[in-house]
Design a protein around this ligand. Structure first.
Ligand code: AKB
Length: 339
């Protein structure tokens, strides 16, 4: 039987890299990739087809949909929170209009195939907005419906796109002649800051974690752009990829919502620094907090309540903080920069 095709947008990014590697290793899906820049040859080899282009290009998106019978979309392309504050209108165009274009294509594909195309959407802890660090400490782990008052364009975009996905899944064209055609099946994860051993993120505000670690491994000094007490949840990349694949495979009848928190561990900048220094004793880490980026991190929760994901589809991260550093990040990064 022919393998089902999944379309991955933003495929050259951090999550895309790891997800394509994982799907290739699983062998269950054929991957079609799309990114603004050409796919590196290693990734291209693992894909059935690789496209270079913009997610806002309607013609290109329609061409891709016409050439492939897409069973699922992983829509990863986005401008992250720091980049988004530098150019909020561009962030809105890419993050909202781009997502709407993908939802449109997935909806048309669902109607054409007569079954729901799954639409996997990485959302973020950036959808939350705590007013101050006192409140942040007091509320601790927060649930999906709490504090949905983001302070960044990126957070606003993610929150709105979650609603768009829910709308497309349950209400799209509810009054029109097409009310009875198959609707898409939107499934979203609110990721914490992600840390990968293979790539360093760009344009995010949770980047201080991975930047600290990769700088130390390269023997470079690092001035952290948030203070030592700044604390948010993080997750090791293999768990993030597991979460996406698990949610893709989850039985739809068991999903009680379209948006799930997923947590793994919560650490402060100084706790990350301590682990980095233990692994790389010569590491030079200082603090030069940027007031705006610090405020953004302070508005994000200390941790998330992910009990709905655990209950509905068995979310259970493999990497707590100790295992993430000792068994995944440090050994893999050491190997990576040694070669
Ligand atoms: C960012 O920092 O913008 C992202 C996120 C937390 O979603 N990594």
């Amino acid at each position: 039987m022919a393998k089902s095709v999944v379309l991955i947008t933003g495929s050259n990014g951090e999550i895309g890299h790891s997800l394509i590697e994982r799907l290739h290793a699983d062998g269950r899906y054929a991957v079609v990739s799309l990114d603004l820049t050409p796919a590196p040859s290693a990734l291209r080899e693992w894909c059935t087809a690789s496209y270079t282009g913009n997610i806002m290009d309607r013609y290109l998106m329609d061409q891709i949909a016409a050439h492939h019978e897409i069973a699922a979309v992983f829509h990863l392309a986005a401008l992250l929170s720091t980049r988004g504050e530098r150019d909020p209108e561009l962030a809105h165009q890419v993050n909202v209009e781009g997502t709407l274009n993908l939802l449109r294509v997935a909806q048309q594909q669902s109607a054409r195939l007569g079954r729901p195309v799954k639409f996997l959407f990485p959302s973020s802890i950036a959808v939350y907005g705590l007013p101050d660090t006192g409140t942040k400490r007091k509320v601790g782990r927060i649930k999906e419906e709490e504090w949905n008052v983001p302070v960044t364009m990126y957070g606003c975009n993610k929150l709105y796109c979650e609603h768009l996905g829910r709308y497309f899944t349950h209400f799209h064209r509810q009054l029109g002649a097409l009310a009875n055609v198959a609707r898409l099946d939107f499934r979203s994860l609110r990721f914490p800051g992600l840390i990968s051993a293979d790539t360093v993120p760009t344009g995010g505000t949770s980047d201080f974690g991975p930047e600290m670690l990769h700088s130390a491994a390269k023997g470079e000094s690092y001035a952290c752009f948030v203070g030592e007490d700044a604390q948010i949840p993080f997750m090791a990349m293999p768990d993030a990829v597991d979460a996406l694949v698990q949610l893709l495979d989850a039985d739809r009848d068991r999903l009680s919502t379209t948006v799930y928190n997923v947590g793994a561990f919560s650490v402060s900048a100084s706790q990350i620094a301590a682990r980095v220094k233990a692994a790389f004793p010569g590491a030079e880490i200082s603090y030069a907090p940027d007031p705006v980026r610090s405020k953004i991190v302070d508005s994000w929760p200390e941790d998330v309540d992910d009990s709905a994901a655990r209950r509905d589809w068995g979310w259970n991260p493999k990497y707590g903080v100790e295992r993430a550093f000792d068994e995944y990040l440090v050994p893999s990064i050491r190997k990576r920069y040694a070669t």
